[in-house]
Design a protein around this ligand. Structure first.
Ligand code: NAD
Length: 478
């Protein structure tokens, strides 16, 4: 018996305790060597008034074991509560979310018999940075954060994953025809890193048509890497079209820790009835067994599980009259898997887990910083009349001392000079002042002059060129 590996386990909310009990039962019977530390997270913790959903002492357990097997939790609706999943990913630096979505035709109903897609989702950045502001009474903004080190890590992870699991292709989804700087940078980094893996096929799709193709012909894809928001949405779509959200598991991997879970939520309506399918969490646990160096145990469980599906022993969510043989509850399903340990599927290809240890993913080395030149500032001004020319007449008086009002935009569209009368304006105007070789002191003096004109200043953003290239976009229509 190998030395037990310490892991932290949370039983979660809703169906969580039932599917966790079923999963741990299977792991134990299959001979997984684990030393389990149980923590409480989720609803009960939130309702004690802890808005993070996790007690400080639980972080000690997670930092000690560095491996977290987590059942789904319920996030109370409404203000103040932070998503524990997002908090855990960020606190532990879990930058990669891996979601294999596989169909089990003909044993689980699916329109896509040959589907075997792995979604590699960036897990810490993008709109999930959660930086939002109410800029003015009319406008709320969220900042989409895409960093070079963050993108390099996730793209490299996707290529390393493809090599280790003998995949053929890594596709990238972005929306860089519109988000030219953020998604454009992700795409550019994908191009740079893909050049280091000549044996793998690569391709890039604009996310909208890529998503349509994925939903229609998932067989055309293998590994897909994408920024956080697209990955969140499309991995649920991919899991559902493979057969059921109740089947897929996911891993959240960082340099120092990892978290394993089902992709679905706590399904409160199904809780306490011995109904839920434990397979999603079990798949999370299989990914964990590979991570902690017990792939042989993972392979045994995986094959027993495939055999259970083939034998038609199904929970309600995948049960089909005519094909399924026995409708079972959570506990009975787990028992059916346990009783098949040592068996292999007869029709579906048996799982074969590599026993070669996975080398750690190379972390990016920072590039030398480009030469930055300050060339101006965007100043957001609240202007309740929502009429651009009258604002230009006032704020234009702040020009001078090397900074000139060049342009005003509203919701990204140029509205001065020569705006289109059809453009709907809100009360938040972006006023762009430009100069050459500008100093911070000049910008502070400009803001002081704008304040002197009694104009309410919102966000201000410095405008820089990096190695001579603008570090900001033009407004639409500019
Ligand atoms: P959900 O995934 O919990 O459930 C949606 C539906 O899918 C269920 O009603 C059920 O019909 C089906 N389903 C899901 N898992 C199943 C399983 N294992 N077996 C059989 N059927 C299953 O989504 P929801 O209802 O939108 O969210 C419920 C709660 O879960 C919310 O509080 C949400 O915040 C939370 N949530 C948590 C996580 C997580 O902890 N990782 C993820 C998503 C949602």
């Amino acid at each position: 018996m190998p030395t037990p590996v310490p892991i932290t386990v949370a039983h979660g909310d809703g169906i969580g305790p039932e599917i966790m009990a079923a999963t741990l039962h299977i792991l134990k019977e299959a001979g997984a060597a684990l030393e389990i530390d149980t923590i409480e997270v989720g609803e009960k913790v939130y309702l004690t008034g802890n808005t993070s959903g996790i007690a400080p002492s639980s972080w000690d357990s997670l930092r000690r074991t560095k491996v977290f097997l987590k059942a789904p939790i319920t996030t109370p609706q409404g203000g103040g509560y932070k998503s524990l999943n997002v908090t855990t990913r960020k606190m532990l630096g879990l930058y990669a979310n891996i979601r294999p979505c596989v169909s089990y035709h003909p044993f689980v109903r699916t329109k896509h018999p040959g589907m075997d897609v792995v979604i590699v989702r960036e897990n810490e950045e993008d709109l999930y940075a959660g930086i939002e502001y109410q800029s003015t009474p009319d406008e709320i903004v969220a900042l989409k954060v895409i960093s070079r080190p963050g993108s390099e890590k996730i793209v490299r992870y996707a290529f390393e994953y493809a090599m280790q699991y003998k995949r053929k292709k890594v596709t990238c989804f972005t929306k860089d025809n519109i988000l030219k700087m953020t998604d454009g940078s992700f795409h550019k980094i994908y191009d740079e890193i893909s050049a280091e893996y000549p044996s793998l096929e690569k391709e890039h799709w604009i996310v909208d048509i890529g998503a349509a193709k994925l939903a229609d012909t998932p067989e055309a894809f293998d590994v897909i890497v994408m920024p956080n928001l697209y990955g969140d949405v499309l991995s649920d779509v991919a899991a559902q079209i493979a057969g059921s959200v109740g089947l897929a598991g996911s891993s959240n991997i960082g340099a120092h820790a990892a978290m394993f879970e089902a992709i679905h939520g706590s399904a409160p309506r199904r809780a306490g009835q011995n109904l839920a399918n434990p397979s999603g969490l079990l798949h999370g646990a299989l990914l964990m067994l590979v991570h902690i160096g017990q792939p042989d145990v993972g392979e045994r469980i995986h094959n027993a599980w495939l055999r259970t599906l083939e034998d038609g022993v199904h929970t309600y969510d995948i049960f089909q009259e005519g094909l399924s043989k026995q409708k079972v509850g959570t506990k009975e399903f787990a028992q059916a898997v346990v009783s098949r340990l040592g068996q292999k599927p007869q029709t579906i290809k048996a799982a074969e887990y590599s026993t070669t240890p996975r080398p750690p993913i190379k972390l990016p080395t920072p590039k030398p910083a480009p030469k930055a030149d300050l060339v101006g500032v965007d100043v957001y001004i609240e202007w309740p009349s929502r009429e651009p020319n009258s604002l230009a007449a006032v704020i234009g008086k702040a020009s001078g001392d090397g900074l000139t009002l060049e342009m005003m935009a509203n919701r990204g569209v140029k509205v001065w000079p020569e705006g289109s009368p059809q453009t709907l304006c809100t009360d938040n105007f972006r006023c762009r002042f430009l100069g050459s070789s500008v100093t911070e002191k000049q910008i502070v003096a400009l803001l002081d002059r704008i304040g002197g004109l009694k104009l309410p200043i919102g966000m201000t953003v410095s405008l820089r060129n990096y190695d001579g290239k603008a570090g900001f976009t033009l407004a639409q229509g500019q």
